[in-house]
Design a protein around this ligand. Sequence first.
Ligand SMILES: [Zn+2]
Ligand SMILES: [Zn+2]
Length: 235
Amino acid sequence: MKLSYDLHIHTALSPCASDDMTPNNIVNMAVIKGLDAIAITDHNSSDNCISVIKAAKDNELVVIPGVELQTTEEVHLLCFFNEVSALNDFQSVIDLHMNKTNNNREIFGNQLIMDENDFVVGEKQHMLLTSSGLSLNKAIQTVAEIGGVVVPAHIERNSYSILGNLGFIPSGLNLATLEIYKNDHRAELIEKHKDLEKYRFLVNSDAHALGCISEAERFIEAKSKSIFDIIQAIK
Ligand SMILES: [Zn+2]
Ligand SMILES: [Zn+2]
């Protein structure tokens, strides 16, 4: 079946995202847009993921547990999991590899942790917008071991992307799907990088504000409307 999606959405936990990116605001906007599936992908932290999943429990909306990891190479990777417990396992690995410098909220923004009713229940103290000590290789391997899947984020950007930072996609990495940002310009990309032909592509919003969440205009083919089958479709 064809499912509309936006698998790259930040909550108010990401310092660069609007404080309006609350669990219920995100779920309601996704429902208004008519999306079948979203993923929550905050920078290096998954603290708000479970609250968004709980906020969506009365909806048909599928919410995929995820995180946007920044590797030691400053490459952003979307990491998706079948279950919150698997995401939590990966989060424990990320936490062991984070430099725990305090966030300066005046400069970088708030890092709000919210419950499923949008109440602020805490604030992440260490700065999330920074590279973890996990390399690209190690991250992909660890996510696979936990049963998840990695999709390199916004590969056409000049910074914080696998193509921008490395100039190519190393062979032998366990990757099947790549993300491009906002517009479907894969033809143009493949023209420049012929080796990208073999990959699947997702086009996500990387929304940091409610108005940026995608319209229901891009589709993924999955066996059913479930987290498992959506992850299978991008593996
Ligand atoms: Zn990113
Ligand atoms: Zn992002």
